[in-house]
Design a protein around this ligand. Structure first.
Ligand SMILES: [Zn+2]
Length: 99
C-alpha cells in the first residue's frame, strides 16, 4: 500500500509539491480526471498503463492510499493517486458550479 499526501496549503512542502506536479503531469497524460473512476466511499479505480487496475482510497482531498507498488520508497505519490486527486478537484469544481 502506498501512502500519498497532498499538502497544497503548506509552504514547507515545495520540493514535495514539485514531485507531485510530476505525477500530476503523468496523470494528465494518462487521461487526467477521467482516468479515475469513482467507486463511492472515497474509492477510485485507476487503470494502469499495463492494463492493471488499482484502487485508490481518498481519505480526504490531500491524503491518498493506492494499492500499487510505485512510489513506496520515496514517498512520492503515484500517478494513480494523482489521477484521483484530479478527479476530486474536477468533481468539486462541478459541484460548486451546480450549487
Ligand atoms: Zn498507484
Amino acid at each position: 500500500m502506498t501512502t500519498a499526501s497532498y499538502q497544497a496549503s503548506s509552504p514547507r512542502t515545495k520540493t514535495y509539491r514539485e514531485k507531485i506536479e510530476g505525477r500530476l503531469q503523468v496523470a494528465k497524460v494518462n487521461g487526467g480526471a477521467a482516468a479515475a473512476e469513482p467507486r463511492g466511499n472515497g474509492r477510485y479505480t485507476v487503470e494502469g498503463r499495463a492494463g492493471a487496475r488499482y484502487t485508490v482510497w481518498a481519505l480526504n482531498a490531500e491524503t491518498f492510499f493506492c494499492d500499487c507498488k510505485a512510489g513506496t520508497t520515496s514517498g512520492t505519490p503515484c500517478w494513480h493517486a494523482a489521477a484521483a486527486f484530479l478527479r476530486i478537484v474536477a468533481d468539486s469544481a462541478a459541484a460548486q458550479v451546480t450549487a
